[in-house]
Design a protein. Sequence first.
Length: 370
Amino acid sequence: MRGLRILILAPTVLPAVTGNAVTVERWRRFLVERGMSVQVLAVGRLGAADCLEVIDTFKPDVIHAHHVSRSGLFLLDQSITHRCAHVPLVVSPAGTDIFDHPRSSGGQRERVMEVFARASVIVTQGSWAADRVAEFLPDFRDRILHVPKAFCWFGNSIFDLREVSGWKAQDLVFFLPAGIRPVKGNLECLQAFETIHTLRPHVRVVFAGPPLDPRYAARFKKTIKGLGGFARWIAMIPPEAMHSAYRTSDVVLNTSFSEGLSNALIEAVAAGRPILASDIPGNRWPVLGEAADLPAGLLFDVFDRDDFTKKALKLIDEEGLRIRLGQEGLKRASSWPTPEEEAEGLIRAYEEAIRRHAGKQFSLTIEKVV
């Protein structure tokens, strides 16, 4: 089944710089290396007619919807459902699809579950995600295929966070790479840093990511403008410069209320940066690792600002701790799956989806004959 045509739908794709865009670009590159024909589409700017035109022209063997509550729901349009009935569907859920916090499902749980029900294969990339999908969708356990997540650097361009922000070499820089939207907790993090900066005036914080929720982003922009010089918002860091951005920070943040398995945390660990992350299921593995691993960062209670402040101060005041956590992360990342191995896992998922879909269609044909 090599040489498949794969259509990947995602909330965003490059040149947008988001976690979803980075994920599908990594998949695209390494699937193409393995002989697949791959087209990626951003559903946010796509109408049903546009999608149908691509499907008719590209004639995909498999459609892969990444992020069910955004890309997957797009496929529930009746015209698309009818036209694509013969095409196997693979879905890969995001943290916001798995209903672990009220902010996650967006009141669309029933429709999200309908997408899961239509899928021949459900790809999960974190062990927690696999367990969570199995828990919420017990009837679909046999459709879950786990493909361990990889990371890659898209280039070696220089992007010095201190230099770009106009800060001094002795300033201690926290870095939160995430699109600006409520589930990421960007605004709550910014407000907490008002206190932290008062207590430790040499501390700085950089937020990097596009405004994905207009109202929330407007509040974030207004707040950061009133805080003086200790906080910066950079809407876009080129993907080829992300390694440099991580390396010129002192601590990488994740303040999300929900995550599947964050690219940013995996990249931070691989860059040897200590982490301060919200204590949610999707964040525990990149921070804590397996049972035999030493941690690569600290976790904080996402609903307790005092706990966030306490953990941040610990990292600020203990340089030795930051170094140990960063070194432990580098050690752990050296044994992670490669992007080539991740691509092979995806190909197995696509081949399995084709087999299952063919079996389903055959079963339906038999039923009609009978």
